[in-house]
Design a protein around this ligand. Sequence first.
Ligand code: ARG
Length: 257
Amino acid sequence: MKKFLALLMVAVLAVVMVACGGAKTTEPAKDANPAEATEVIKMGTNAAFPPYEFKEGEKFVGIDVEIAEAIAAKLGMKLEIVDMEFDSIITSVNQGEVDFGMAGMTVTEERLEEVDFTSSYATGVQVVIVAEGSDITSLDDLEGKKIGVQLGTTGDIYASDDFGSDNVVQYGKGADAVIALKGGDVDAVIIDNEPAKAFVEENGGLKILETEYAIEDYAIAIKKGNTELLDKINAALEELTADGTIDAIISEYISAE
Ligand code: ARG
């Protein structure tokens, strides 16, 4: 019995030693593998805005998602996406819940009072979607009509300014505004051109007016004063522009006209 106990102790000791040895060797291996050791960087977005950010099953995809992945890789960080209402992104950036906001977000004077923006990585155009056969053919025809928009977007802000907020109906998602248009609840939808194309293609019976309502720059929102992150992301954007990565990502989702 004594001999058995002694043997058991030797065995236990051996297991403990192997375990410790194992633990020791995994430490340096962790450092040697940056893919596992990286710090997380959080992006706040509203993934209902194809082709910039949308979901394919459970996966986040789109131009912004891929550019953000490329930026995170340059920073040696692991990207985590936090999906939220578009309207909450700036607050979330300012409260530090996310490190940056990227959502086909237009740089505006008002937003610049709340957050800092990186250099612009894409251009957007506000356009008007109407039903095929609609009597609305120009911006002037929108006077007195019901206009659907996504809450808190530039389309919302401009339409309310130009046509009066009583004529503007705000939806949580652009796609819901488009469904309302199909159902006849609104007469037109003002939204960014690329999502407009995607929604029109998806729905049928709708068209985009030739007229361009506003031309805008998309950029990444960062908490005011976080110049360290702002500089790092701007440097990454510059490199990704110079080596053609950004163009390649954009043309993966948007076919050149
Ligand atoms: N460009 C517009 C804006 O900044 C709309 C952006 C909406 N983006 C989104 N992911 N839903 O207000």
